[in-house]
Design a protein around this ligand. Structure first.
Ligand code: MG
Length: 256
């Protein structure tokens, strides 16, 4: 069941989204060669707690940390630990903020130091996939317009998209309906309506779309160990525009 949000509720989810975007601004300052993923986790945790919010993923389905840290061939759900980042790595950060019961979700993939041109291209194209997907999240379209925009851009750049994980509704819970596939596959295809709040999150791989889960039962990796990138925003569908809720950019509305 898709739970639509009224304008006050969208405002509150946006308040959570603002804290989330501020957290990323802080994390971008500290991500560098030599830092451990546990230190990144601690920084994210402490920042949101100081703002009177809580990390939405901590203990969610028993996830043992505040933020997901996924390095190189890791796609999503990497668990922070003692591993230190190295120059040339890419690191995906996926974080949720719960502000008094209103939840926002966003992800970003950052280069560590200088990364090779192919990795740079993967980051650029994946972020473009996100923006193209968001632009389709307008009243009257269907969810698969988002999926197609993401898929077509990734494929036209000779990348592939992960099929086993997808975007979703968000706001009152971490995961709500509808599912938003990153490819035009099977499943429901509801019409997009005013009041939907959606977490759109392309996961793009340099090689195969196939993924595996490591023995920690969380970390998802590409089956061929190729690099993977992940970008995500929480957005709200309004009557005549789309509002990005997880950005500090003043220019956060896309008119129809
Ligand atoms: Mg998400």
């Amino acid at each position: 069941m898709i739970r639509l949000k009224n304008i006050e509720e969208i405002q509150r989810i946006g308040d959570a989204g603002k804290i989330l975007a501020e957290t990323y601004t802080e994390l971008e300052k500290i991500v560098c060669a030599g830092i451990s993923t546990r230190e990144i986790d601690q920084a994210a945790h402490d920042f949101v707690m100081r703002r009177g919010a809580r990390p939405a993923f901590l203990n969610y389905r028993d996830f043992p940390a505040s933020i997901c840290t996924s390095i190189n061939e890791e796609v999503i759900h990497g668990i922070p630990g003692s591993r230190k980042l190295q120059n040339g790595d890419i690191i995906g950060l996926d974080f949720g903020v719960d502000l008094k019961g209103y939840i926002a979700d966003a992800a970003v993939t950052l280069p560590v130091g200088k990364v090779n041109p192919e990795a740079q291209k993967l980051l650029k194209v994946t972020e473009e996939c996100l923006n193209l997907g968001i632009a389709q999240a307008r009243c009257g379209n269907r969810i698969k317009h988002i999926s197609e925009a993401i898929y077509n851009h990734a494929k036209s750049n000779n990348f592939d998209v992960v099929r086993k994980y997808c975007g979703h509704g968000v706001g009152f819970e971490v995961h709500e309906d509808p599912q938003i596939m990153n490819y035009p596959g099977p499943g429901g295809n509801p019409r997009i309506k005013k009041g939907m709040v959606l977490a759109i999150e392309p996961m793009v791989n340099q090689g195969t779309h196939d993924v595996e889960i490591l023995e920690d039962e969380w970390t998802v990796v590409t089956a061929d160990s190729s690099l993977s990138a992940h970008f995500e925003h929480t957005i709200a569908v309004l009557e005549d525009h789309i509002r990005i809720l997880t950005t500090l950019d003043e220019d956060n509305e896309i008119g129809y």
